[in-house]
Design a protein around this ligand. Structure first.
Ligand code: C5P
Length: 294
């Protein structure tokens, strides 16, 4: 989502995502894993402000002091990749209001990167088409192309090949974001690749129908078990959600966010209230009631 510029400043909202399904099909020669995953974006956003500069310099400031604003930040990487690819020498001053928890499997960094590519493509008048942006996005990370494309997608390859999905209604989720993160590479490192991978056709159809009661028991994430082995506390957070909702509980991406898919908004309100109460003893753990973007 991008606003029209005000006082030469463009304000853009970069959404989080959850994975409703993630199956690993095998390990590839390049070290990545081949997968099938179903992602949906959420109404939980980072806000990014872009201000044009006279100089060629790219600068980033962030509300979260623990996030690097240097060349390892995906926003800086995205801006520099665009400059390198197009020869553009224009500068930009970027301000990131970080709301999406980090290292949490919610795709915040990837979403910020995708948003930077699309915004600077417009702002610097680079005229790259979707396919060109997609190629740059895939260089920045496996999840980045998803955020260029759609609110919901069936993603294959290492996650970068995105088939947009239409879901006729929003889904409601209660998220628990633990006070610790996990490294994606470490979780994949702990994984046992399945001999007989699952087929996601059933959940794909249920999401296309917007049929929440069909989707809930079909939620699946192959990375959940290795993540729980690395951080056994995740099992506790999941069983807390399962007390409220025996089916429809899953970890997102490579963790550490765990979520319950709610029957409806009303159940979500009740659940988030009770979960917040139960988590009072865990400082730093955050809970959210969110819905998928339409
Ligand atoms: O693509 P991205 O930078 O998000 O990946 C981070 C790490 O996660 C990779 O270096 C790799 O170790 C692991 N990964 C993987 N298979 C994928 C996606 C990520 O093994 N499909």
């Amino acid at each position: 989502m991008i606003s029209e510029p005000l006082n030469n400043e463009w304000v853009v909202w970069a959404p989080a995502k959850v994975n409703l399904y993630l199956e690993v099909l095998g390990k590839r020669a390049d070290g990545y894993h081949e997968l099938n995953t179903l992602m949906m974006s959420l109404n939980l956003y980072d806000t990014i402000r872009f201000r044009e500069e006279e100089s060629e310099v790219i600068t980033l400031r962030c509300t979260n002091p623990t996030l690097s604003t240097g060349k390892d930040n995906l926003i800086i990487k995205a801006a520099k990749l665009l400059q390198l690819h197009t020869g553009c020498t224009r500068g930009i001053s970027i301000h990131l209001e970080k709301r999406i928890p980090m290292g949490a499997g919610l795709g915040g960094g990837s979403s910020d990167a995708a948003t930077t590519l699309t915004t600077l493509n417009r702002l610097w008048q680079l005229n790259l088409n979707h396919e060109q942006l997609n190629q740059l996005a895939a260089q920045l990370g496996s999840d980045v192309p998803f955020f260029l494309t759609s609110n919901a997608g069936w993603c294959t390859g290492r996650g970068e090949i995105v088939q947009p999905l239409t879901c006729p209604r929003p889904f409601w989720y209660v998220l628990i974001c633990p006070h610790f993160g996990l490294s994606t590479a470490e979780v994949y490192g702990q994984l046992q690749v399945p001999r007989n991978p699952r087929d996601g056709e059933e959940i794909l159809q249920a999401v296309r129908q917007g049929h929440v009661e069909k989707v809930r028991p079909l939620l699946f994430n192959r990375l959940q078990e290795p993540a729980e082995q690395l951080r056994p506390e995740l099992t506790k957070f999941m069983s807390l959600l399962q007390q409220e909702s025996p089916t429809g509980v899953l970890m997102s991406g490579s963790g550490t966010t765990v979520f319950a898919m709610c029957r409806d908004q009303g159940q979500g309100h009740t659940m988030v209230h009770r979960v917040r109460h139960a988590l009072q003893a865990f400082p730093g753990v955050r809970t959210y009631l969110v819905r998928s973007s339409m």
